[in-house]
Design a protein around this ligand. Structure first.
Ligand code: FMN
Ligand code: SF4
Length: 511
């Protein structure tokens, strides 16, 4: 018998019938019988917080759409899962697509939507197959009634999962986030002047919890997890641990339990740091006893995000980790907001230079730091805030490692592949990582040639990509006329002069 409010069964539910046999009566039918007012009240009381990353209270979101003056509303399941280090929505949809679909149908009833969408990457073949047959079964069982569920197969880009970009994809466009002042609960799908058609967008796991709340009530849901984050959380623990895996546990379970007990403890020496996806500051080994809920991790200077924790072992080079993650955010940003692409590009390129004896300068550290911090200006979405949080946090925590790297840029260091999880094998406890991202360019095309993960793209290659700078080697650039005059006097080449002036300025400023 499954435990109440747990979403992952011991073995995948093969049919809707098997799901109902184990879980109890259909949450959709129960919800229709109880009526929307009661269900919304239960959801508000349950304290359910979105599992897509931000932890927004689900009931409040639903209430906003339900009370919106526009009569046309939509509900959308976000199953685009693209956060590095996270593989929980895919795992849930493979094992139990029924709970999230029931939650989606309950949402449609509560907010008065006649159309529901499931937005998922076209490359997620096993999950798509499960969703297709689950929708067919549930339609045949009569629970879909007058709600039409459409599966939308979207692109592989990270931004597809951003909710405003997700809506764009459903409308048939590229995954480019709309302006910040247009959240889905205000401007939803297929709007026309005078008809904004608000939409509820929730993560797949969030919808999954709705089914249990309808079935067992808010108090029962609150009896699991913490006051801050009631219910269970599906954690993904990967990286330098003995037994990487996906674990559903009550919110508030400590990182120590997750990493040391469930994932078998660190591999390759003691833990250096733990990443919470790429959306939050990393967590130090001194914070292992922090309960994993939204509030506690935020107070500890990080965040729960989508509960994907990547353990970084002692042998890893943090400058390499920072280079890889910053590059990921730069490449995945979309260039609609200039400060975002520019800031992340400068940070990424300065971090690349740390590993190139011909280009490394003492300014690379500051350039990366300040460029990352300057990325969120006029931003439509949260992506540059992630860069402005994660990159400086890693750099400042491990400043000594960066100093050592700057002093010896030719010292060999192992590249780090951004932990984009493609698949999981529970028998071997192995996550497959998408290593093609190293070849993805900032304009979202791919380099044709296979190159080892983390190897630098040469400046000549960079020039082919319009979004990259053609040259940017030092922090202070000399004006062309000054450079020319100096060159005549000193007879040196431009790059060297730049560097020497830079060094003198730093000395003058006492840096
Ligand atoms: C760059 C970026 C990528 C995101 N990717 C995902 C994703 O893959 N899945 C997801 O559920 N939420 C993702 N989000 C968060 C969504 O924008 C949104 O907050 C979430 O779907 C809301 O659902 P929830 O309230 O149930 O958490 C992403 C946000 C950003 C800024
Ligand atoms: S903030 Fe960055 S990623 Fe987000 S829409 Fe603007 S350019 Fe694109």
């Amino acid at each position: 018998m499954p435990r109440k409010h747990y979403l992952l069964p011991d073995a995948p539910y093969a049919t809707y019938e098997a799901y109902l046999r184990d879980e109890g009566p259909s949450a959709v039918l129960l919800s229709r019988r109880a009526g929307s007012e009661k269900i919304l009240a239960a959801l508000l009381e349950s304290g359910l917080r979105g599992r897509g990353g931000a932890g927004f209270p689900t009931g409040v979101k639903w209430r906003t759409v339900r009370e919106h003056p526009c009569p046309t509303r939509y509900v959308v399941m976000n199953a685009a899962e693209g956060e590095p280090g996270t593989f929980k929505d895919r795992w849930l949809l493979r094992h139990n697509p029924y709970a999230p679909l029931e939650g989606l149908l309950v949402a449609a009833q509560v907010v008065g939507a006649a159309t529901a969408y499931v937005a998922i990457k076209a490359s997620f073949a096993p999950e798509l197959a499960r969703l297709r047959s689950a929708v067919a079964e549930m339609t045949a069982a009569g629970v879909c009634e007058d709600v039409e569920i459409t599966l939308v197969e979207g692109p592989g880009e990270y931004l597809f999962g951003e909710e405003k970009a997700l809506l764009e994809v459903i409308e048939g466009n590229d995954p480019l986030p709309r302006e910040g002042h247009n959240p889905p609960y205000e401007l939803g799908l297929f709007s026309t002047p005078g008809s904004p058609n608000p939409a509820v967008v929730n993560n797949a796991e969030t919808f999954g919890h709705v089914a249990g709340i309808v079935r067992h009530g808010a108090a029962s849901f609150r009896s699991i997890g913490t006051h801050d984050t009631p219910g269970t959380v599906i954690f993904t623990i990967s990286g330098d641990v003995a037994r990487p895996g996906i674990f559903e546990r009550p919110a508030g379970t400590t990182l120590r339990t997750l990493v040391h007990e469930l994932a078998g403890g660190p591999r390759n020496g003691p833990i250096k740091v733990i990443l919470s996806g790429v959306s939050n500051a990393p967590i130090g080994p001194d914070k292992l006893d922090t309960p994993c809920d939204f509030g506690s991790l935020s107070l500890a200077g990080s965040g729960l995000g989508s509960a994907g924790f990547v353990v970084i072992g002692q042998e890893r080079s943090i400058p390499r980790v920072t280079q890889s993650l910053t590059r990921f955010l730069f490449v995945e940003s979309c260039n609609q907001c200039p400060a975002c692409k520019l800031g992340l590009r400068t940070a990424s390129s300065a971090l690349d230079e740390l590993f190139d004896p011909g280009l490394a300068t003492p300014d690379d550290y500051e350039r990366a730091l300040y460029a990352a911090r300057s990325a969120p200006q006029g931003n439509r979405c949260y992506l540059p805030v992630q860069g402005a949080t994660l990159t400086p946090a890693l750099m400042e925590r491990f400043e000594a490692e960066f100093d050592a790297q700057i002093a010896k840029p030719d010292e060999p260091t192992a590249a780090y592949a951004v932990p984009l999880l493609l698949d999981y094998d529970p028998a071997t406890h192995h996550f497959t990582i998408d290593e093609t991202h190293a070849r993805k360019r900032p304009d979202w095309t791919y380099e044709a040639v296979e190159r080892p993960v983390g190897e630098r793209v040469t400046l000549r290659e960079k020039k082919k990509v319009s979004l990259r700078p053609t040259s940017s080697t030092v922090g202070v650039r000399l004006a062309p006329d000054v450079l020319e005059a100096l060159r005549k006097t000193a007879g040196d080449d431009a790059a060297d002069l730049d560097r020497r002036v830079n060094a003198l300025l730093r000395k003058q400023l006492g840096l």
